[in-house]
Design a protein around this ligand. Structure first.
Ligand SMILES: Nc1ncnc2c1ncn2[C@@H]1O[C@H](COP(=O)(O)OP(=O)(O)OP(=O)(O)O)[C@@H](O)[C@H]1O
Ligand SMILES: [Mn+2]
Length: 270
């Protein structure tokens, strides 16, 4: 009579490595004892002291996002390669691992999002909130019309020094942060207007309506993109900020860091 192992066994056959998402110490120990098994631990912290560890910059509630991020981080660190067959074990319902997913690592899936989140000066949750806002804005537009927007995140003092106001700053005396629902509504409303939003490392909205005057010139951005993308890209070479840009003309969201484009996403795909 066939047992469950016969049916589910395929899930584990021929895997190159196991990725354990935030395992407890005792859970991890059990895997460390299995012969010839490559075990990679993924989590916000390396509680179990695993030699192969991929850091998540934040807890992802969505499991597919969590796994995708772990894979990106693994590729970035060189602990996995394109084409690898992996078993990812994580928890959905309980604290303890309760779910197993088999994935094939695709090199193409390497979007650059890990670099953007994990190795930027601004806090990861701030970057995530701004990216989500830009994507949402790109999906819906403003009253049905496509809109463009430019968000400069992190290193705000320096960004302010390299820019000037186009109009009065509605955030002058306020202490509001990205991610607050009311602020998201305000940002969407103001996105119709010219210039850039400047956001601090911790997510405070420092200013709207900033005209960027970066000194870096000749930034290498894809052809066909105009002044908004050029200014956004260039300021990230001058400062430790990142730029998240929603294009009014092609509807894509792009992220720049160190003067280079590191991410390009189609809001419709989210
Ligand atoms: N240096 C700058 N700083 C801040 N905002 C800028 C700057 N240059 C342009 N913008 C903003 O970008 C808007 C669009 O400019 P432009 O069409 O040249 O950019 P683009 O890169 O082609 O963007 P899109 O794809 O959205 O059209 C301008 O109306 C202005 O609000
Ligand atoms: Mn344009």
């Amino acid at each position: 009579m066939a047992g469950l192992d016969d049916v589910f066994g395929d899930l584990f056959s021929g895997v190159d490595a196991v990725m354990l998402f935030a395992p407890s110490g005792s859970y991890y120990e059990r895997f460390a004892k299995v012969d010839d098994l490559d075990v990679i631990v993924v989590g916000t912290e390396n509680d179990v002291g695993a030699p192969e560890f991929v850091e998540l910059p934040l807890e992802f509630d969505d499991v597919s996002e969590r796994i995708r991020f772990g894979l990106e981080g693994g590729l970035e660190k060189g602990v996995i390669d394109g084409g690898d067959e992996l078993v990812c074990a994580t928890s959905i319902f309980e604290e303890e691992i309760d779910t197993v997913s088999r994935v094939r690592v695709s090199q193409d899936a390497h979007t650059g999002i890990y670099d953007l989140f994990a190795k930027s000066r601004a806090e990861p949750q701030v970057i995530k909130a701004v990216l989500e806002l830009a994507i949402e804005l790109g999906k819906k537009g403003q009253k049905g019309k496509p809109v463009g927007a430019l968000f400069i995140v992190g290193d705000a003092g320096k960004v302010m020094n390299k820019s000037r106001p186009l109009s009065y700053n509605p955030f002058e005396k306020s202490h509001v942060h990205v991610g607050d629902p009311i602020v998201d509504v305000m940002l969407k409303e103001f996105s119709r207007l010219d210039g850039a939003f400047v956001i601090s490392d911790a997510g405070k909205i420092v200013s709207a309506y900033r005209y960027l005057e970066p000194s870096a010139e000749g930034v290498d951005i894809p052809k066909g993109l105009g002044a908004r993308h050029m200014a956004g890209g260039a300021i990230t070479r001058d400062t430790n900020a990142i730029a998240i840009v929603l294009s009014e003309s092609d509807g894509l969201v792009r992220a720049f860091k160190g003067g280079e484009i590191i991410l390009e996403v189609d809001p419709e795909a989210y």
